[in-house]
Ligand binder design. Structure first.
Ligand code: PAF
Length: 283
């Protein structure tokens, strides 16, 4: 049994946050789509270092799924999520329904460029508009001092950071390092879709990124290191969407070590499951 307060309307959320603010308390938001795992718990733990009160939003946002994607089968586990959030010391779970978030006649979306261009957008063209719009709404609904996002979705973190800066949203966006299984696989709510054999193959993505980062560090040209990593991923049985080296902040293509901080990002499919991952190339 969980004792975490669960709010379903924006009006209730605003009232709760207003009361905290009247006491001079700082507020953190951890936006999620539920199916909480240790990666989300790491966000909640980090939130304690920045705020007195923590709101976790749990909303499977339909606008960030394309019609061909897994919206209907996306795991919905509100009771277990509330238990995990409660154990992590979260004050409020905000779990609105779709009508609360997208009222009748909803007609406004955030338009993006910069770090939203390429990578995920080449394969999921409407994804980040849906993410940015719901995150902008969550920001204005919660009015948090800080909001925490996992580096696992690195392009999402870059897009949200850029949006907050560009739209003067008064929130500090904080990235939290990816939590991994002992064999390197990044935690994801979608890992449950992997068959036993796919699960054994999946850590190859992280190994390929690390090999490429090591090769770049040791002086191999970026293009050659990336090509070798792409081959390794394909030979491992993945259908590769992209594997690329980008500027860690702007996500613009980057040609050489020394041209700026480098982030290596990958997305690849194992059977029906699409996995993403990324790592920095150490300076
Ligand atoms: O990363 C996620 O779970 C989602 O994209 C987010 C940020 C909660 C928006 O729906």
């Amino acid at each position: 049994m969980t004792d975490i307060e669960t709010l379903h309307t924006v009006a209730e959320l605003r009232a709760r946050v207003r009361a905290w603010r009247a006491n001079g308390e700082r507020v953190a938001l951890v936006p999620t789509m539920g199916a909480l795992h240790a990666g989300h718990v790491a966000l909640m733990e980090a939130a304690h270092r920045h705020a007195d009160r923590i709101v976790v939003s749990i909303f499977v946002n339909p606008t960030q799924f394309a019609p061909t994607e897994d919206l209907a089968r996306y795991p919905r586990t509100l009771d277990a999520d509330r238990d995990k959030a409660s154990a992590a010391g979260v004050d409020v779970a905000f779990a609105p329904d779709a009508v609360e978030m997208y009222p009748n006649g909803f007609a406004t979306t955030v338009s993006l460029a910069g770090p939203a261009l390429g990578l995920e957008t080449d394969f999921r063209p409407t994804h980040f508009a849906g993410v940015a719009t719901v995150v902008a709404k969550l920001f204005t609904q919660t009015t948090p001092d800080v909001a925490l996002f996992g580096e696992k979705d690195y392009q999402q973190l870059a897009v949200v950071t850029r949006m907050a800066r560009d739209l003067d949203l008064p929130v500090q966006v904080i990235g939290v390092p990816t939590v991994r299984e002992s064999d390197g696989l990044a935690l994801s709510s979608r890992n449950i879709y992997l068959s036993a054999e796919e699960r054994r193959t999946a850590p190859l993505l992280y190994r390929a990124l690390n090999e490429a980062a090591g090769a770049i560090r040791s002086g191999l040209p970026v293009a050659g290191a990336i090509e070798a990593a792409r081959d390794a991923v394909r030979q491992g049985g993945f259908a590769l969407d992209y594997l690329d080296a980008r500027h860690a902040e702007t996500l613009a293509p980057i040609a050489a070590l020394g041209d700026g901080p480098i982030r290596l990002l990958v997305a690849a499919r194992l059977g029906a499951t699409r996995l993403i991952d990324n790592i920095p190339v150490p300076d």
